[in-house]
Design a protein around this ligand. Structure first.
Ligand code: BGP
Length: 465
């Protein structure tokens, strides 16, 4: 018999600014790299209107309250606050997030604020983006503005969403800019993001009394394809490159030795100034947020070379590294409609391993099923596949709590339908259906899916039903 979740467990749901807000140029907002993006897969659309949450947030927050959410994880668009990244503050952008946060607090919903979710200001990108140290200063300044504006209202802060995916899959996410961006440049960007994150965590503790802050990478354990020692070593190597490089830096202020050895051997290690080490050691997280969709499975490299089932167009499909590991399909796991493996037990394992390694409380900031949903004539949306996915993961999370993992909460992706990073609006994740197609906006009306009523009931029963 598993223990129920504690009554103060945060039952949330997530979104990100550029995927849900729309209003891409409203009220003084600057352009982000996502607004400037043109490499959308065929048949998918841009983020200009998205779910138009910017104009409909009041209605959406009502729905979140009806759903029973006790937390809502959203991101602030840097370009609404500082349109060109490092210049004037845009008061209208600041006012929007005050309105949103106030609406949440009035309904007893804890705001969980992501400071940066894939949407670097385009003006900074044009000046070298994260490759330039100036972006570290611009981010730290932006962070200070957020702490000073919202610090009295927001308790939970997330620094950077999926930094590891931006480095491993920068081209697919649209954050690398140049698709041909060489790996060395990406790891230099990574180093600068690490500095910005450390500074920001330090600043949060200085400026926000009682504030709690953490990183939000995409973390999943890596399985070896077989018990062959070479496969196990390959899995450990990918674990170091995919997961521990990021979390060791956030929690311990230093590079993971295995990952660092690989970076050096490959000639892609970043340049590090002496003073960086002090900065990196100065900021520490209070908790770890993590996004989890699936696990990865890898095998040792083949003598003749080759990196496996790589699909650079989709961040959830593992990358391979010549001479280090190759990615393989896991034949024990089913896949969703978009080919992503489904692995609830891997979720329990991941939570245990991360908690055991760092001994910090965990907050799940994404987990969910992207699917083709159908709006019926009577306004209902039957999504038993999503309920099945979420129920299986929640039950494994509950098992992880019984295993001793300290969990702060669970914010599945996504609170409401939004534009997917890789496949546009046809790939839906929400509890609330938004009626629009790729190119036909219709009226963007909201409908409650079956999973809405299911999650509502689950929250009511503290996760036991
Ligand atoms: C995460 C991102 C989200 C979201 C999600 C689903 O990596 O943080 O922004 O997009 O993945 O991915 P997709 O939309 O490609 O299905």
């Amino acid at each position: 018999q598993l223990a129920p979740f504690s009554p103060d467990f945060l039952w949330g749901a997530s979104t990100s600014a550029y995927q849900v807000e729309g209003a891409w140029d409203a009220d003084g907002k600057g352009r982000s790299v996502q607004d400037a993006r043109t490499n959308f897969p065929e048949g998918t659309t841009d983020y200009r209107v998205a779910a138009d949450h910017y104009h409909r947030f009041a209605e959406d927050v009502e729905l979140f309250a009806e759903l029973g959410l006790t937390a809502y994880r959203f991101s602030v668009a840097w370009t609404r606050i500082v349109p060109d990244g490092d210049g004037e503050v845009n008061r209208e952008g600041v006012a929007f997030y005050h309105r949103l946060i106030d609406a949440l607090l009035e309904r007893g919903i804890e705001p969980v604020l992501t400071m940066y979710h894939f949407d670097l200001p385009q003006a900074l990108h044009e000046k070298g983006g994260w490759g330039s140290r100036a972006t570290v200063d611009a981010f730290t300044r932006y962070a200070r503005i957020l702490f000073e504006e919202f610090g009295s209202k927001v308790r939970y802060w997330l620094t950077i969403n999926e930094q590891n995916m931006m480095i491993l899959h920068g081209a697919a996410i649209g954050t690398a800019g140049d698709a041909a961006n060489p790996q060395k440049a990406l790891y230099q960007q990574n180093h600068h993001m690490m500095l910005a994150q450390a500074e920001t965590m330090r600043l949060c503790h200085e400026l926000v009394p009682g504030g709690k802050i953490g990183p939000a990478p995409n973390i999943s354990v890596v399985y070896p394809a077989s018990p062959r020692p070479e496969d196990i070593l390959a899995a450990e190597d990918f674990n170091a490159i995919r997961n521990w490089l990021y979390l060791d830096m956030a929690c311990r202020g230093s590079y993971n030795p295995t990952a660092w050895a690989w970076l050096t051997e490959k000639g892609i290690a970043p340049e590090i100034a002496d003073s960086d080490l002090e900065i990196l050691a100065s900021g520490r997280p209070d908790f770890l947020a993590l996004n989890y969709y699936s696990t990865a499975t890898v095998a040792a490299p083949l003598d003749g070379g080759g990196v496996g089932a790589v699909d650079g167009a989709d961040q959830q499909l593992a990358v391979g590294e010549e001479g280090v590991f190759r990615s393989v399909r896991n034949e024990h796991l089913p896949v969703n409609a978009f080919g992503w493996e489904i692995d609830p037990v891997g979720f329990r394992t991941t939570l245990r391993v991360v908690h055991d390694r760092y001994r910090l409380p965990l907050l799940v900031t994404e987990n969910g099923l992207g699917a083709f949903d159908t709006l019926e004539a009577d306004g209902s949306v039957h999504d038993p596949y999503r309920i099945e996915y979420l129920a299986a993961h929640i039950s494994q999370m509950r098992a992880a709590v019984s295993d001793g993992v300290e969990m702060l909460g669970y914010c599945p992706w996504s609170a409401i339908d939004l534009i997917s990073t890789h496949q546009g609006v046809r790939k839906r994740y929400g509890f609330v259906y938004v009626d629009r197609d790729e190119f036909d906006l219709k009226e963007l009306k909201r409908y409650r899916k079956d999973s809405f009523f299911w999650y509502q009931q689950l929250i009511k029963s503290d996760g036991s039903e």
